[in-house]
Design a protein around this ligand. Structure first.
Ligand code: AMP
Ligand code: ZN
Length: 495
């Protein structure tokens, strides 16, 4: 099977591996995704990126690949707009230990990821957990002539690297243009060239996160961790490296330079970038103040929201567009997604219980061919650079058939047992296992119980004791007891 990945390339075989690398059972895929910097709650934009890679992971597994999915946690080294380490800055602000900040926001991240039904990565390494390896890579880069020490910090020498290799291949930028528009946050005067980036930073006296090395008391540069952790767990050449579009430059460009400078190989064969979730055309970001937190969206507790949306509706909303297209956030789009998801999940509920049975229908080849086509199309869509938007369209075609079978407008005999079973497997496989959608009861139990208790009260008032007993028994079967008080009826869970 061939899968088109990213813009150009075709992915059809095994990954290569480092000699000392623990081999997986072929055919296997190594996938590394840049994880969050854990200094704040993840917003919906971040969720979009991690959900997109969740579906890629799910699909590869679904079609039989053994995937080793590595997604890191950035707990040191990512600098803010003011040039301070993001974790350090937040720890000072909140008067907490940096590790408390890391723990708090890692917990939030994991909670959100499980709310949206994502599969956890196989390895979730952290930058601090790989300090030794980062120091080692820095030494190796100095040894190979691609890095230099200056005033206790170590910088990657982009100019020198660019003479031997090309810096900027991923983003298609050229080094002269880059030099004129690069903002300098990590140590201006100490560098030979404004594009040089820090591998190791000397810590200022009030910087709380610091480790001793031969260069200084300091901390690693952000780009280094991903080179170290991806190659440590996936080998020097692996399959897929992902992240949001905003990481393409400079983060991934620097990773490639570090990898080539250390191993002579660029790391991943395919670099996938998810496009941005936008609000009124502007990237959703914490610093722009236009971000939504998942819990605000779920509860509807936000001034820009008409109502709350369930996690599966939000998941569906995100998957309705291809990962490489921008996706604009709006009440109208969410409401449309809500209706779409309900239709799809009704289809899931129906077909889960449906079994093929002999009926009066006569086999109609056109019907079975159509169903086979819908099933194949799901694979074609996902094989074409993981097109979830098209896949959902094909699943909706199946929902029409499922509904017709349910209302008996379409007979089981007309489509035949083979096509029915294939549709059932494919429909459930793609909606549940690949897209990660699950039937979610968006029901307010309290009001449902009150409705039944209202009926119970009416039956009592009308002295219809048969009905009273029946309602009481039905509630009891669900673990609920109706309590007849003097002037009202209450309920409690059965003890
Ligand atoms: P961060 O925690 O800032 O490192 O971001 C974690 C991931 O979310 C990165 O892959 C970012 O590229 C991605 N990301 C940030 N903002 C957005 C957005 N508005 N839409 C999609 N992905 C985003
Ligand atoms: Zn990264």
């Amino acid at each position: 099977m061939q899968i088109k990945v990213g813009k150009l390339k075709v992915f059809n075989s095994l990954t290569r591996q480092k000699e000392d690398f623990q081999p997986l059972t072929p055919p296997f895929v190594g996938m590394y995704v840049c994880g969050p910097t854990v200094y704040s709650n993840v917003h919906l934009g971040n969720v979009r990126t991690f959900l997109s890679f969740d579906v890629i992971n799910r699909y590869l597994r679904y079609i039989g690949y053994k995937v080793r999915y590595v997604r890191n946690i950035t707990d040191v080294g990512h600098l803010s707009d003011t040039g301070e380490d993001k974790i350090s800055k937040k720890a000072k602000l909140d008067q907490l230990e940096p590790m408390e900040i890391v723990q708090m926001y890692s917990n939030d991240f994991h909670h959100v990821m499980s709310q949206f039904n994502t599969i956890p990565p196989d390895i979730e390494p952290s930058a601090i957990g790989h300090l030794m390896e980062q120091i080692e890579m820095t030494r190796k880069l100095i040894e190979n002539g691609y890095a230099y020490e200056s005033n206790g910090s170590v910088y990657f020498d982009v100019g020198k690297y660019n003479k031997a290799h090309k810096y900027g291949i991923l983003s298609g930028r050229n080094i002269e243009d880059l030099m004129s528009d690069t903002r300098d946050l990590d140590g201006g005067a100490d560098k030979r060239n404004s594009l040089d980036f820090a591998l190791w930073k000397r810590a200022d006296p009030d910087h709380i996160m610091r480790w001793k090395t031969e260069w200084s008391d300091g901390f690693p540069g952000w780009h280094l961790e991903c080179s170290v952790m991806s190659t440590k767990y996936l080998g020097e050449a692996f399959d897929i490296h992902g992240g949001g579009m905003d990481l393409k430059f400079p983060h991934h460009e620097c990773e490639i330079a570090q990898n080539v400078g250390t191993y002579g190989k660029s790391g991943a064969n395919y670099w996938l970038h998810t496009n941005m979730l936008t609000v009124n055309g502007q990237k959703m970001s914490k610093s722009l103040g236009n971000s939504f937190l998942p819990h605000e969206l779920i509860s509807g507790n936000h001034e820009l929201l008409d109502r709350g949306y369930s996690p599966m509706t939000i998941r569906f909303f995100i998957l309705q567009s291809h990962y490489a297209s921008t996706l604009d956030f709006s009440n109208v789009a969410l409401e449309a997604a809500r209706r779409g998801y309900v239709r799809l999940s009704n289809g899931m509920r129906l077909i889960e219980k449906m079994k093929w049975k002999e009926d009066e229908g006569k086999l109609d080849e056109r019907q079975s061919e159509q169903i086979n086509k819908f099933c194949e199309n799901c694979y074609h869509a996902m094989n074409d650079d993981f097109n979830t938007a098209l896949t959902i369209g094909h699943l909706f075609n199946m929902v029409k058939k499922i509904n017709s079978l349910h209302t008996r407008q379409l007979k089981f005999g007309e489509i035949g047992q083979e096509a029915f079973n294939r549709m059932k497997d494919t429909f459930l496989g793609f909606s549940r296992d690949v897209l990660g959608l699950k039937v979610e009861a968006d029901v307010n139990y309290q009001s449902l119980i009150n409705t039944i208790l209202g009926e119970y009260k009416d039956a009592k008032y009308n002295r219809d004791f048969k009905r009273v007993d029946k309602l009481r028994a039905e509630l009891k079967a669900e673990g609920i007891v109706a309590k007849d008080m003097k002037d009202k009826i209450e309920w409690a869970f059965e003890e």
